[in-house]
Ligand binder design. Structure first.
Ligand code: PLP
Ligand code: SF4
Length: 376
């Protein structure tokens, strides 16, 4: 934010991402300019104020329905009283990032790849954030006292582990950092010969598409291969501005993939999910994961059942373009667990079920030895 020179009272310049951040909505009064709040929402804003940060960019606020409290954009960004209800087994870190944390910023959970928590800031704080403790809990962050600590230990860890070939920048939202700071991180990673690909996880295409400037794209392009994963949850978020932001990334050779979180009351229906996924294909964004919502303190009320998620998957597979269908997974301390498996039962004589629920035996279809697993 160091180059922001305008006064706080300056007028909002819609196309300028720094101006959008400067004018982000953080108060009841700010929210009232965009929506007619219900008494419950008013109470929730007050009740959550001590606990979780509130921030909504004017751009994202402009997508909110003024009168419908069940608007999917509102539900993702406005405080709710259920955030203060503690559900069974909920945890600040149910996925175990802290178990696998090797340095202040580096989490090494899978054999060949790491994530780096480059910031704890986001332009909008998702009420369903998996790292809610890190990003918007007013008392917590994984950085602890080390928020401003140097990066040498983080880079040294990656340098000394040649098995790491994939580095994923996450946070918080890495694109909250200036181009200069981002470039310092990425260029340093590029000096490590075994780091083959760099990935960025950012919700800016959804919250702050103005952030995807030609200058940012030109900078990133110098460090290919760069991949970007974003996080659209509802078809309403696929606006012309968001589409243009993704288009800019794609034209600079940065593949854009999407990770959706399955959220109760927001996208937990076959109809909404189909509209989201086909909408993403129209803007050339490839669906990657459908995450079962994590049992994070303050987030659990967004969880639906695994059965519901599987029902949605059954409504997608076979009925739409193969690569429109994401992998439905649950993140655990043991890793991401697929919740949708091919419908094949070897014990049942190699029986399979297709997407319409039609069953057949593979016995008359494949060489029996390839079914029973007794090949020489
Ligand atoms: C999800 C995740 C990754 C990346 O996993 P992919 O399946 O390769 O996308 C890496 N590290 C951690 C800690 C993760 O949670
Ligand atoms: S953008 Fe990502 S890190 Fe930031 S609040 Fe949302 S889910 Fe959390």
């Amino acid at each position: 934010m160091s180059t922001t020179t305008s006064a706080p009272q300056s007028t909002l310049v819609w196309s300028d991402w720094r101006s959008q951040i400067q004018h982000r909505i953080t108060t009841l009064e700010g929210l009232r300019q965009w929506v007619n709040l219900t008494p419950e929402e008013e109470a929730a804003v007050a009740a959550c104020a001590d606990r979780y940060q509130l921030s909504i960019t004017p751009y994202y606020a402009s997508l909110m329905d003024r009168d419908d409290p069940n608007c999917p954009v509102r539900l993702q960004s406005m405080p709710a009283l259920q955030e203060l209800v503690v559900f069974p087994n909920s945890d600040n870190d149910p996925v175990g990032d802290t178990i696998y944390r090797k340095t202040n910023r580096v989490v090494h959970k899978y054999p060949d790849r790491v994530i780096i928590l480059v910031t704890d800031l986001c332009p909008v704080y998702c009420r369903h954030c998996t790292r809610k403790y890190h990003t918007s809990d007013t008392e917590g962050t994984y950085f602890g006292d080390a928020a401003s600590a140097g990066w040498d230990a983080d880079f040294a860890y990656i340098e000394s582990h040649p098995e790491i070939r994939d580095v994923l920048l996450t946070g918080g939202d890495p694109l909250y950092l200036s181009d200069t700071r981002l470039e310092r991180i990425i260029s340093r990673l590029r000096q490590i010969p075994h780091v083959e690909i760099v990935r960025i996880g950012s919700r800016c295409p959804v919250f702050l598409p103005q952030r995807i400037t030609p200058e940012l794209c030109a900078m990133l392009e110098k460090y290919h291969p760069i991949w970007l994963n974003t996080h659209f949850n509802h078809p309403k978020e696929i606006t012309p501005e968001a589409a243009a932001a993704c288009d800019r990334l794609l034209r600079h050779g940065i593949p854009v993939q999407n990770q959706t979180v399955l959220l109760k009351g927001i996208n937990d229906s076959v109809e909404t999910m189909r509209a989201l996924l086909t909408g993403l294909l129209k803007i050339r964004v490839r669906p990657y994961y459908l995450y079962h919502c994590d049992n994070v303190v303050g987030v659990s009320h967004f969880m639906t059942t695994i059965e519901k998620g599987q029902e949605i998957m059954r409504g997608l597979i076979g009925f739409m373009t193969g690569f429109a269908v994401p992998q439905y997974v649950l993140t655990t301390p043991l890793g991401k667990i697929p919740l949708w498996e091919p419908q094949y039962s070897p014990e049942d004589g190699g029986s399979v079920v297709n997407y319409r629920g039609e069953r057949m035996s593979l016995k008359d279809f494949l060489p029996p030895s390839t079914i029973e697993g007794n090949q020489p």
